[in-house]
Design a protein around this ligand. Structure first.
Ligand code: NAD
Length: 482
């Protein structure tokens, strides 16, 4: 088949479980359509993990990824336990794949769905939030996971969402956060959304608290267009969104970085379906379509996508979307791929045909220059372990520490003020926070002096957090009930 596009090197991993079957089907289809690719194959996943590599990826595989900068990846199986780190999370973070783009579209009436009109793109922040993976057990009863939201991380993903909306002719960008509770972290994400949104007057903008936003998405997805959100909400809600289109097996996923990008299906390796020529290759195929657009072979992407839509219309379906009365033929992975190949050059009659004719430029995101801030430290939260749950006694003991620079402002347990003036009903664990405040800026030496006194008074310090004031504004949360 004639193709004027230059050959583009890509790295391919066949993955585990159903991975090899759906990858073969995907490559067969895109190559039959004329994709011009120089493929390097790498081994990742279960075999690599079980050979003793806890990351699931060998150094030569990294080299290939950093050389080609384009990764088409089948799902892999992460072995349970044994300290195995998720390869997906590692790849996304090591290669800076900050934007996870998950289009979720319903194909009514050809795929059964409760939501016949649905065409939502989830833009999920892909590197931060609770996925920083920084967890510590601090006391016998309490474990902590750090939720990190950064200004550059938020700026990158929010700007990507707006640029994506413009480039793909979308009308509205919605942001989901939980900033009524997480006022600092999710508050920053929301603030950045509002700030950057001002630069896109052509697009409608809205923000929902994630709980009611999720409920609305599951109930009336036709009211949404592009939705941008922090990592955890995006992870959960993109599966929900994909599933309510009819099947999680239908959605592709692009992980975009400034240098390298990775394309995959949303779903996992479905080990129980492996090796039986059963799996639906559509999710990975649509991931490959996103890849073709990304590498400048939008004409091939369009041809593949429209042939796939026409195949769905023809009623040739894999088991997961087969429905009596609608589907005409239940086929396996290979036969489905053959059917898509047979439809190359056709466009759907009823479903909306796609067009990638306007060669989509790679979205490049630049950060606003950092604005210098005046940073002051005005106190310290000292986290303490104590097995005795008497808050009044605990507070009074702390009160005895005499330090001219600080005063004990409050003691909390799981964020709730328990001293002074706590309530006997408040449940206490063995994990306490003593907030010491100062009327002036304090040095770290002054904090160390205070910590020495706390230590000398026989308290068991777990960790500390400085209380900061940026440009005269306190940037730490208040205690509940304080
Ligand atoms: P899964 O997505 O693999 O499978 C869930 C169920 O969905 C399957 O049992 C099957 O009924 C159905 N299904 C999924 N994909 C399908 C397809 N293409 N065609 C037909 N039916 C399909 O989720 P799981 O069972 O929770 O996870 C299995 C493994 O996959 C785990 O080891 C997990 O760590 C891994 N996983 C990998 C990725 C990835 O590599 N991107 C993502 C998620 C899960």
């Amino acid at each position: 088949m004639a193709n004027t596009s230059p050959q583009v090197p890509i790295t391919v991993a066949y993955g585990d479980g159903i991975g090899p079957e759906i990858m073969q089907a995907t490559l067969d289809i895109i190559q039959a359509a004329g994709a011009n690719l120089a493929i390097e194959v790498i081994e990742i996943g279960e075999k690599v993990y079980l050979s003793g590599n806890t990351a699931g990826i060998a150094p030569e595989a990294w080299e290939s990824l950093r050389r080609t900068k384009v990764f088409l990846k089948a799902p892999i199986t992460t072995p349970q336990g044994g300290g195995f780190k998720s390869l997906n999370v590692t790849t996304r973070k090591m290669l800076g794949l900050y934007a996870n783009i998950r289009p979720c579209v319903s194909y009514n009436p050809f795929v059964a769905t409760k939501h016949p009109i649905m065409d939502v793109v989830i833009v999920r922040e892909n590197e931060e939030d609770l996925y920083a993976g920084i967890e510590h057990q601090q006391t016998p009863e309490v474990i902590q996971c750090l939720k990190l939201i950064t200004r550059p991380g938020s700026e990158k993903i929010v700007r990507y969402a707006f640029e994506y909306a413009r480039q793909y002719g979308r009308k509205k960008v919605t942001c989901f956060t939980k900033d009524n509770i997480m006022k600092q972290t999710d508050g920053l994400f929301h603030k950045v959304f509002d700030e950057i949104g001002e630069e896109y007057p052509d697009l409608e903008k809205e923000h929902w608290i994630v709980d009611i936003g999720a409920a609305k998405l599951a109930d009336t997805p036709e009211n949404f267009d592009v939705i941008v959100m922090p990592n955890l909400y995006g992870d959960i809600l993109s599966d929900v969104a994909a599933q309510i289109t009819g099947s999680v097996g239908l959605a592709g996923s692009a992980n975009i970085g400034a240098e390298v990008s990775m394309f995959e299906a949303i779903h996992g390796s479905a080990p129980r379906r492996a090796g039986q020529n059963l799996a639906n290759p559509s999710g990975l195929l649509l991931g490959a379509v996103q890849m073709l657009v990304h590498i400048g072979q939008g004409d091939i992407a369009e041809k593949v996508h429209n042939a796939w839509l026409a195949t769905l219309e023809s009623g040739v379906h894999t088991y997961d979307i087969f429905q009596e009365g609608v589907s005409k033929q239940k086929v396996g992975t290979k036969e489905f791929a053959q059917a898509v190949i047979a439809h190359l050059g056709k466009v759907p009659a009823q479903l909306k045909a796609v067009s990638y004719a306007k060669a989509h430029e790679t979205i490049r995101v630049t950060l606003k220059p950092a604005v210098p801030v005046k940073m002051e430290t005005v106190g310290v939260d000292v986290f303490l372990y104590c097995d005795d749950r008497n808050a009044q006694k605990f507070g009074e003991r702390l009160e005895k520490i005499q330090n001219a620079d600080f005063h004990l402002y409050m003691v909390t347990n799981r964020g709730v003020k328990v001293y002074p003036g706590g309530m006997s009903e408040t449940f206490c664990t063995d994990h306490w926070r003593a907030r010491f405040k100062s009327d002036n800026h304090v040095s770290y030496q002054q904090i160390i002096n205070l910590l020495q006194q706390v230590h000398d008074a026989d308290f068991q310090i777990i960790k500390t957090e400085n209380l900061c004031r940026f440009d005269g504004v306190d940037v730490f949360s208040a205690g509940q009930g304080a």
